[in-house]
Each structure stands twice: as structure tokens, then as C-alpha cells.
Design a protein around this ligand. Structure first.
Ligand code: ADP
Ligand code: GLC
Length: 493
């Protein structure tokens, strides 16, 4: 099966969050199942400056964008350790910028940038010498691809038989733009209606993808249920419910080579489930040195690593630390970057407890690995969480997740109770209420459990022994592709 993956980020080329980790791994996992996979991403400045082996293909073509025509230059690279080919679409006006999507504010021309990218990706597919069976797109940035395939490219020999699949990584980001941006898409105004591309007067690129794709998936079965209702669907619950026959939830896998305490180059002492104490202690010493402390704190280390945005429950973490940092029961470390208000709230509480809270504002992959290895517990009090990878990395590093029971966190984390300890399914602590007291209660349960060395070792070993690799998830994607291929696509009017 020939599969084209189209996405706006992919590890190790360019990353702002879990989407990149998924898109960076899936091609290899699918290749190992016999698929012939090609990936297309934008050639951001970040990608070109990292020193990857990237060459010009010599192919370049014009892409219509409203009344303008922009040049797309096609570059080529490879995903490290994987046979999948990567095409990078270069256009300096769109992608030669300091960040992927903007800073505190999105770039004002993100509609242009990703309409251009989607159109260039489908045009590139049409110019290949062998057809793609499946075009697998991710999130709003690629929402238009399925519409282009169905409306503009249905007579292209390379695309007429292709089926499109859209994976939703986050319903909160929909690519909503003012209605005049419809002109940039090159599609007929008749599609700007409430059943197709319009959403309360605006152009909605995610909705477009949900409507035109032959199949839809999201990154956990529980999130697939949540998004068919309010508030999980963020206004698109009706569209999703109407397509429930082709909607599936597939839990993300993790890259077990990159996230492996047994071979991680970013940690000072490699470890496994049998000597996690020694490995974690060495990581703690290295982390303390890196943060300028003379010695590591002996108290349990409770971490948060992630985007500092409302979704991640940053407010709960701030409230939790304001109440608990004075208790002396734990040391906290927060690594993240995000909204200015979240960063400032964290800075205020960290300044009040200098010996107990370490706050690192920034995006630092190496440090993320060291924190995962050093910490005892990982906080994920998310308001919603499509899948979450941080808790899966934590499990692998023997760092017990403390999560709000939502989305993929429900599918991956089993609360510690006498019963789940007995049947050996416990791997974390979870709570449901939307407040920091519930988080505090869960953390207190975890800290109490941590005092019982035998119980805690059993929990860590259980967590570290679980298999969250891509194998099973990739097989589910392949099954989804096969089913989608076998179905006759709906005709679009
Ligand atoms: P999301 O995609 O919603 O951000 P995930 O848990 O799926 O959440 O994935 C987050 C990914 O981004 C993980 O690989 C995590 O380590 C990484 N990450 C997030 N913030 C940072 C940061 N400040 N520094 C380094 N890595 C980060
Ligand atoms: C999104 C979600 C996160 C998920 C990731 C990869 O960013 O917020 O839960 O793990 O995509 O699918």
C-alpha cells in the first residue's frame, strides 16, 4: 500500500508538540508493516538550519493562491533510520520564519501559509509517477487536502483512486479564518456553507477536512467519544457525530528508541526497571547541577513538562504549588513554554518558593529527557487531552503519572487502588474533578504511596514494563486504511 503522510510538523525536523512525535514515528512503523510511505512537511527555517541531509529535487512549480501564484520548491530528505522519503515544500515567504506558527500571537497569514502548503502537497502527489492509495493528513493545517483531492484533482490519474484519512490531534485548533480567505483556496463559493467549509460565518479548515475526508481518526478511543459531544467537539460535535461511522480512535505509540532509559544519551546513567533508583538518583544529581544547585533535594521530585496553555491545566498546577510548596513534602520542577499569562503565573509562584520550585521557561528536548529520568511523578492535570505522550514517556522512565481522567489519559493511565495493585494494572494516579483540590488529593495519595518503598517499586516496575510502542497502533492504522480503501467514497456535490 502506498501512503502519503501530510503534516505541518515532524520530529526530528520541526516540533512544537506531540503531533511532531507522532508524524515522525508513524512512517517507520507503517513501513515495517510493508507500506511504502512518503511524508510531506513544510521546509521551515528551523528544518533547514539543523544540518539534516536535504537536497533539491529540481522540481518546482507554481501554486495558485487567490489572485497570486507562489512558487513551491521541492526538497528531499529522509527520516533518520527509516526508509520513508520526506519531501519538504519550500517557499521563503511562507516558511522562512523564526517559528512554525507564530509566537504569543499566531502569524496573521497562517491561512495563506497552510492553504499554500495543502495545495502544494496535493499538486506534488499528482506529479508522482505512481499513485497513492491513501493520503493521510493531520490537523487543520492539512484540512484542505481532502477537499482538493475530491473537488479539483479527482480526474488526476495519480489521485483518482486515492482515499483520504484525516487524524485529529486536537479539536481546539480548527484553523478558523475570515470568510474572504475562502478566495485563497481556489474552491467554489458554493462549498462555503454550514454543511461543508463554513462555521458561523468563518472559514474552518478542520471542518473542511472532517467533511471531505473518506475516514477520520483521532488519537484515542475515549477522545473519539468525547468529541462527538459538547464541550469536547469544540462546536464541531454535530459534524463528528454525523460521521461517526467513519470515525475511529487509535492511541498514539511512542518512539521506544528515542525515549528509552536504557539507551538515552541525555541521561547520566542508563537504567531499567531493576535499577531505576540508581538511574533516577544520577539523573537527579545531573539535573541539580544543571540548575545550579549544590546537591539534589532529597524530597520526591514532582514534574510538569509541556506546553503552558490552558489545555494542560497550568492554572491547577499554579494553585497546587501555592498551597503545597510550603508543606515540605515535595520538590517541583516545571519545564515549558506557552502563553504569557501562564508563564507569569508560574514565575510568581516559583519566586515565592525558590528552594522548592524550579521553573524553566523554554523548549528544551534534552532537558525534557533528563527531567523524565530524574522525576518520581509527572503531573498532567489536563482539562482535555486527545492522547498525551508525556504520560507515556513518563511510564517508560518509571515516573508515575498523576493525571486528570480525560481523553487519552483515561485509555492509558489506571488509577492506583488496592484492586488495581492486586491485579497489576495500576500505573498512575488519576482524578476527575475540574479543580486543583482534586489534583492535590491525587498527588497526596501518590506521595503517601511513595513512602512505601515496596509498593512504589512495584508500581514503577509495572509502569516501565508496559509496551506503548508503535507496533499495535500502526497495525490499527493499516486496518483503517484497508477498510477505507475498500469503501466506495461518497460523491460530493
Ligand atoms: P501536546 O502535543 O498537547 O503538546 P503531548 O503530551 O502529546 O502534548 O506531547 C508533548 C511533547 O512535547 C512531548 O514530546 C514533550 O516532551 C514535548 N514538550 C512539550 N513542551 C516541551 C518543552 N518545553 N521542552 C521540551 N519538550 C517539550
Ligand atoms: C495533540 C494533543 C496531544 C496528543 C498529540 C499527538 O497535540 O494535545 O494530546 O498526544 O497531539 O497526537
Amino acid at each position: 500500500m502506498r501512503v502519503l503522510q501530510v503534516a505541518s510538523e515532524a520530529t526530528p525536523f520541526a516540533k512544537t508538540g506531540g503531533l511532531a512525535d507522532v508524524v515522525g514515528c508513524l512512517p517507520d512503523a507503517l513501513s515495517r508493516l510493508g507500506c511504502d510511505v512518503t511524508l510531506v512537511i513544510p521546509a521551515y527555517r528551523e528544518v533547514l538550519s539543523k544540518g539534516f541531509e536535504i537536497e533539491h529535487t529540481g522540481l518546482s512549480f507554481e501554486v495558485p493562491l487567490g489572485t497570486r501564484r507562489l512558487q513551491a520548491q521541492i526538497l528531499r530528505g529522509r527520516l533518520p533510520g527509516c526508509s520513508a522519503m520526506v519531501f519538504l515544500i519550500a517557499n521563503d515567504e511562507c516558511f522562512d520564519r523564526p517559528t512554525l506558527y507564530g509566537g504569543a500571537e499566531d502569524y496573521p497569514d497562517n491561512a495563506e501559509r497552510f492553504i499554500f502548503f495543502s495545495r502544494a502537497a496535493i499538486e506534488l502527489a499528482a506529479r508522482q509517477d505512481r499513485p497513492f492509495d491513501i493520503i493521510h493528513c493531520h490537523d487543520w493545517q492539512t484540512g484542505l487536502v481532502s477537499a482538493y483531492q475530491k473537488l479539483l484533482y479527482r480526474s488526476s490519474p495519480m489521485l483518482s483512486q486515492s482515499r483520504t484519512v484525516l487524524t485529529i490531534h486536537n479539536m481546539a485548533y480548527q484553523g478558523l479564518f475570515w470568510h474572504w480567505d475562502m478566495l485563497l483556496t481556489g474552491l467554489d463559493w458554493k462549498y462555503f456553507n454550514w454543511q461543508q467549509m463554513e462555521f458561523y460565518g468563518q472559514l474552518n479548515l478542520l471542518k473542511t477536512g472532517l467533511v471531505f475526508s473518506d475516514a477520520i481518526s483521532t488519537v484515542s478511543p475515549n477522545y473519539a467519544r468525547e468529541i462527538q459531544k459538547a464541550p469536547g467537539g469544540h462546536g464541531l460535535e454535530g459534524v463528528l457525530a454525523s460521521r461517526s461511522d467513519v470515525l475511529r480512535g487509535i492511541v498514539n505509540g511512542i518512539d521506544t528508541t528515542v525515549w528509552n532509559p536504557g539507551s538515552d544519551p541525555h541521561i547520566p546513567r542508563l537504567y531499567s526497571a531493576h535499577d531505576f533508583d540508581a538511574g533516577k538518583y544520577a539523573a537527579r544529581v545531573a539535573l541539580a547541577a544543571r540548575l545550579g544547585h549544590a546537591a539534589p533535594d532529597a524530597r520526591p521530585l514532582v514534574a510538569f513538562v509541556g506546553r503552558l496553555v490552558e489545555q494542560k491545566g497550568v492554572e491547577f498546577i499554579v494553585e497546587l504549588m501555592s498551597r503545597m510548596a510550603g508543606s515540605g513534602r515535595a520538590h517541583f520542577i516545571v519545564l515549558g513554554t506557552g502563553s504569557r499569562s501562564s508563564e507569569e503565573a508560574l514565575q510568581r509562584v516559583a519566586a515565592s518558593f525558590p528552594g522548592t520550585i524550579d521553573l524553566i521557561i523554554g523548549f528544551d528536548e534534552t532537558l525534557a529527557h533528563l527531567v523524565q529520568a530524574a522525576a518520581d511523578m509527572m503531573l498532567m492535570p489536563s482539562l482535555y487531552e486527545p492522547c498525551g505522550l508525556t504520560q507515556l514517556y513518563a511510564l517508560r522512565y518509571g515516573t508515575i503519572p498523576i493525571v486528570r481522567a480525560t481523553g487519552g489519559l483515561v485509555d492509558t493511565i489506571v488509577d492506583t487502588t488496592p484492586e488495581t495493585l492486586h491485579n497489576k494494572t495500576a500505573n498512575g494516579f488519576s482524578f476527575t474533578a475540574f479543580d486543583s483540590l482534586a489534583l492535590e488529593h491525587a498527588l497526596t495519595r501518590a506521595l503517601d504511596a511513595h513512602r512505601n518503598r515496596e509498593l512504589w517499586s512495584g508500581l514503577v516496575q509495572q509502569a516501565m514494563g508496559q509496551d506503548w510502542s508503535w507496533d499495535a497502533s500502526a497495525r490499527e492504522y493499516l486496518q483503517l486504511f484497508r477498510e477505507t480503501q475498500a469503501r466506495t467514497p461518497a460523491t460530493v456535490r
